[in-house]
Ligand binder design. Structure first.
Ligand code: PMP
Length: 387
C-alpha cells in the first residue's frame, strides 16, 4: 500500500509528462542551439513548452527562462537583481518565513554587505502587507516574498504588499517565490505586481531538476553564470541579453510544459476537491484528540501542518512510513532539521518538534485520509505511553 501525502515535497510525474519526456529523449535529441534541422526540432519542442507555461502564467513566452529548479530561479532573481540594481541602493527586504533557497540567497547578499531586512509575522502569526511595505525605503532595491509557505500553507499577502510598495517606491524590484502556489491558486505575475516570479516543475507533476523564472520585460538581471547564450532575457528596446548558459534539457522542459498544460485547465475544480480532503482531514484529526493544527484556516488547501502531542515528528513519520503512509516532518526541504519557520509563525518549540506536514494532490482519495488518521491513532496508542 502506498499512501502518498507529501506532494509539497514533490509530486508523482504524470503519465503525459513521462510520455513527452520519453518522446523528447528518443526523437528530439538534437541540441537546440545546433543550426541543422534536428537542432531546430529541439528548439521548437522547447518553445512549445515555454508557450504552455506562459499561458498558465498569463505572460509572454519570452518572459520565461528555464532553470534547474526553484532554488536556481530564486538565486537568479534575488542575487541577479541585487547585482543589477544594488550598486547604490544597498537595502533588500524579505520575510523570515521563506524557503531555505531564498534565505540562502539573502544570506549571501548579507555577506556581500547588503543590509537585509527580514520581516516576521506579528504576534498572531500573520505576516502583514503593511509590515513588509514599512520595511522598504528609498535605499531598497529588492523585495522578495513567497506566495504560499511550504511548511504551513499560509498564503502571504503578496499582491497587497507589492502594490503598496510600488505605489510609494516604483524603482523597487519585486520577486515572488510562487512554487507552492503555482497551479494551486490563480497566479498571474502582473496581477501580483511581481517583476520576477519563481516556479518549479516537480511540484506540479513534472520531473525534478526543471524550473523557470518569470521576468517582466525591461527588468535587468545579472547572470549567475557566464558561458553560452542559451537562455536570454528581452530588454525594452527589443535587444536580448544572455541570462542562463548551458545546453537546455529538452526532455525536462517538454515534460514541464505538458504537465503544466494538463493541470492549468481545472485549477478551481482541483482546489475544491483537495480542499474537501483537507477539511475532512481536520475533522478526523479533531476526533482523535491530542492534535494541534498549525496551519491557518484560510491557508492553501494543499497543505496541512499539525502537531501530535507527546510524540516527536520523526517517530511518527517513521511509524507511518512503515505502514506505507508518506508524510513530512515540518518541511522535507530541511531533512528533519527544524528550519525555525514554524517558530516564526508563533508555533512553540514543543509543538514544532512534534509537527507533521501532510500535503495533497489530485491523486489522493478520501480513504487516504481515513488510513492516515487511524494510523495516527495507532501511533498514539503504541508510542505515547512508551516514553
Ligand atoms: N521554494 C519553495 C517554497 C519550495 O517549497 C521549494 C521546494 N521545497 C523550493 C523553493 C525549491 O524548489 P526546487 O526543489 O525546485 O529547487
Amino acid at each position: 500500500m502506498t499512501i502518498y501525502l507529501d506532494s509539497a515535497a514533490t509530486t508523482r510525474p504524470g503519465e503525459a509528462c513521462i510520455a513527452a519526456m520519453t518522446d523528447a529523449m528518443r526523437t528530439v535529441y538534437g541540441n537546440p542551439s545546433s543550426l541543422h534541422s534536428m537542432g531546430l526540432d529541439a528548439q521548437l519542442c522547447m518553445e512549445k513548452a515555454r508557450k504552455q507555461i506562459a499561458a498558465a502564467l498569463h505572460c509572454e513566452p519570452s518572459a520565461l527562462t528555464f532553470t534547474s529548479g526553484a532554488t536556481e530561479s530564486n538565486h537568479l532573481a534575488i542575487r541577479g537583481a541585487a547585482a543589477a540594481y544594488g550598486k547604490r541602493r544597498r537595502r533588500v527586504v524579505t520575510t523570515s518565513v521563506e524557503h531555505a533557497s531564498v534565505r540562502g540567497a539573502f544570506d549571501m547578499l548579507e555577506a556581500e554587505g547588503y543590509e537585509v531586512i527580514r520581516v516576521s509575522p506579528d504576534a498572531d502569526g500573520i505576516l502583514r502587507a503593511a509590515d513588509i511595505a514599512a520595511a522598504v525605503d528609498e535605499n531598497t532595491c529588492l523585495v522578495s516574498m513567497m506566495l504560499v509557505n511550504n511548511e504551513t500553507g499560509a498564503v502571504l499577502p503578496v499582491q497587497e504588499a507589492f502594490t503598496q510598495i510600488k505605489r510609494q517606491f516604483s524603482h523597487v524590484i519585486t520577486h515572488c517565490d510562487a512554487v507552492q502556489g503555482f497551479l494551486k491558486l490563480p497566479v498571474d505575475p502582473a496581477k501580483l505586481g511581481a517583476d520576477l516570479l519563481t516556479i518549479s516543475g516537480h511540484k506540479v507533476h513534472a520531473c525534478k531538476g526543471i524550473g523557470a523564472l518569470y521576468h517582466k520585460k525591461g527588468i535587468r538581471l545579472t547572470p549567475l553564470l557566464k558561458g553560452g547564450e542559451q537562455e536570454t532575457m528581452q530588454l525594452s528596446g527589443g535587444a536580448s541579453l544572455p541570462l542562463r548558459p548551458g545546453t537546455e534539457s529538452v526532455p525536462l522542459i517538454a515534460g514541464f510544459g505538458t504537465a503544466v498544460s494538463e493541470l492549468c485547465g481545472d485549477l478551481a475544480q482541483r482546489s475544491e476537491y483537495v480542499s474537501g480532503l483537507r477539511s475532512e482531514c481536520i475533522r478526523q484529526l479533531s476526533e482523535i484528540g491530542g492534535i494541534t493544527v498549525n496551519s491557518p484556516e484560510d491557508g492553501s488547501p494543499y497543505i496541512l501542518s499539525f502537531a501530535v502531542k507527546g510524540l516527536r515528528s520523526e517517530t511518527v513519520l517513521h511509524f507511518l512510513s512503515d505502514q506505507g503512509i508518506y508524510v513530512s516532518s515540518g518541511s522535507a526541504c530541511s531533512k528533519g532539521k527544524l528550519s525555525g519557520v514554524l517558530q516564526e509563525f508563533g508555533i512553540r518549540q514543543g509543538l514544532a518538534d512534534s509537527t507533521i506536514r501532510v500535503s495533497f494532490c489530485r491523486d489522493n482519495r478520501p480513504e487516504d485520509i481515513t488510513a492516515l488518521c487511524s494510523a495516527l491513532q495507532a501511533a498514539q496508542a503504541r508510542l505515547v505511553h512508551k516514553r
